[in-house]
Design a protein around this ligand. Structure first.
Ligand SMILES: O=c1ccn([C@@H]2O[C@H](COP(=O)(O)O)[C@@H](O)[C@H]2O)c(=O)[nH]1
Length: 236
């Protein structure tokens, strides 16, 4: 899907990083029509949240399953084959060649699209060096994005600051999905490569992933609507 084909409302993906299915369903009810795309990650998935994928999909919402898979190829492929039955739109794997190749094979013929996580948005150059890499974040992100595209991965997870360069590397058919989004005045928390929603969209991001700034807001619905307004303004 090219950026122009994405429904503006789908560009905001709200992370349901909540402790229980009840808490997640209450948040979805509170957000109502203001949010069309949800992300389920470790916290909710390991608290019984996987059946919520189908429930949300049946109610017309899209779901991004953020499981960040990484294992030997056979295990990844078989795991992804199982995940295709859940009804999610996106699934993350770490951007290692064997893992991405296996994930692409595992989702073949299904509606599930694989996103490759390049370098987590909580990492900066120092964190990468501490993990044993001798590259700058921007260099590793670019190399992994190029590998992901060559292997047929549908989208890349990166920080907003990498979007401009990656667009030149992967073109417009590969989706660029950016966590590390912080509306002005909100706490960065553990995120190190951050940008506001408007600046991220202006830089060329296709989808923005936002969890704490929405789900921990006093008024989550008003916050999601404010982010939509910022997205609309940036899209012109
Ligand atoms: O590089 C990455 C990949 C995934 N995430 C996930 O996105 C959300 C962001 O949450 P915030 O509360 O808005 O910081 C979270 O679920 C992460 O697991 C990421 O942040 N960075």
């Amino acid at each position: 899907m090219t950026p122009a084909e994405i429904a503006p409302k789908d560009r905001l993906i709200v992370g349901l990083d909540l402790p229980s299915v009840d808490a997640a369903e209450a948040m979805v009810a509170r957000l109502g029509d203001s949010v069309t795309f949800y992300k389920i990650g470790y916290r909710l998935a390991y608290a019984g949240g996987l059946p919520l994928v189908a429930k949300l999909a049946d109610s017309g919402k899209k779901v991004f399953l953020d499981l960040k898979l990484h294992d030997i190829g056979n295990t990844v492929m078989q795991g992804v084959q199982s995940i295709t039955r859940l009804g999610a739109t996106f699934l993350t794997v770490h951007a290692y060649p064997q893992t991405m190749k296996a994930a692409v094979e595992g989702c073949a013929g299904s509606g599930l699209k694989i996103l490759a996580v390049t370098v987590l948005t909580s990492y900066n150059d120092d964190d990468l060096h501490a993990a044993g890499y001798r590259l700058h974040v921007s260099e590793l992100v670019e190399a992994r994005a190029a590998q992901a595209q060559a292997l047929g991965v549908a989208g890349i997870v990166c920080a907003p600051e990498e979007v401009g360069n990656l667009r030149k590397v992967v073109g417009h058919q590969t989706s660029l999905v950016t966590p590390g989004i912080r509306p002005a005045g909100t706490a960065a928390g553990d995120q190190k490569r951050i940008m506001t929603p408007g600046r991220a969209i202006a830089a060329g991001a296709d989808y923005l992933v936002v969890a704490r700034p929405v789900i921990e807001a006093v008024d989550p619905k008003a916050t999601a609507e404010a982010i939509h307004a910022e997205i609309a303004q940036a899209l012109g």
